[in-house]
Design a protein. Structure first.
Length: 208
């Protein structure tokens, strides 16, 4: 953090006014530096960003607050905001329940996987509080490059189909004759084939 002092002295007049003496400046620099190391702040650009935010708010943040101001926000990183992410999870579990769904970001998908079901079990303010904790956690993981990759969903095989496939593998396809039962089986097979084709041609609406 050798570049911390010159950056603070040049871009933050309030810092000089607060700590005019050299020994006071050195003490303050150590406190600010410790917090920024803990938060992973390591370059002048991040420090200048924190100063800009502090000046806009017109307040002098404590070291812990300043270190957090130096970190980019979700919006600055192009990520969905807290409100946007929560609205998306609520929509996924409500309006788009049991439908195909594409999440705007892996972070939102992870939050939905972990706590999405609780939207039905908690009061609004309780869920919002829980959601914020999850959101902050995954934003931090994202900034450190530590998001787990998405798992490819396994194709669901109905138990009945598995039994039929096993029978065919062991005995071969059943031989159909000209009797009434065989004709009914043929008609059922044709109906199923047509229904499957209709589903493929008109898939469910996909939420984006």
């Amino acid at each position: 953090m050798t570049n911390l002092k010159p950056v603070l002295m040049e871009y933050w007049p309030e810092f000089v006014n607060k700590y005019p003496e050299l020994d006071m400046q050195q003490w303050a620099i150590r406190e600010y530096a410790k917090q920024m190391v803990d938060e992973g702040i390591s370059n002048s650009k991040q420090i200048q960003s924190g100063i800009t935010k502090a000046c806009k708010e017109k307040f002098r943040p404590r070291p812990t607050e300043f270190a957090k101001l130096c970190k980019p926000t979700a919006e600055e990183l192009g990520l969905p905001s807290l409100r946007e992410a929560m609205d998306e999870v609520i929509a996924r579990k409500g309006k788009y329940k049991n439908q195909e769904f594409t999440f705007s970001h892996r972070i939102v998908e992870l939050i939905c996987e972990r706590i999405g079901y609780r939207v039905y079990r908690m009061r609004d303010y309780e869920f919002a509080e829980l959601f914020k904790g999850e959101y902050d956690y995954w934003i931090s993981r994202y900034m450190s490059g530590d998001l787990p990759a998405a798992h490819k969903a396994l194709e669901y095989t109905p138990p009945t189909k598995a039994k039929i496939d096993s029978y065919v593998a062991n005995h071969g396809l059943p031989m159909l004759g000209n009797d009434t039962l065989s004709q009914k089986i043929r008609e059922l097979g044709i109906a199923v084939k047509h229904k499957r084709q209709e589903y493929i041609s008109t898939p469910e609406q996909k939420a984006v």
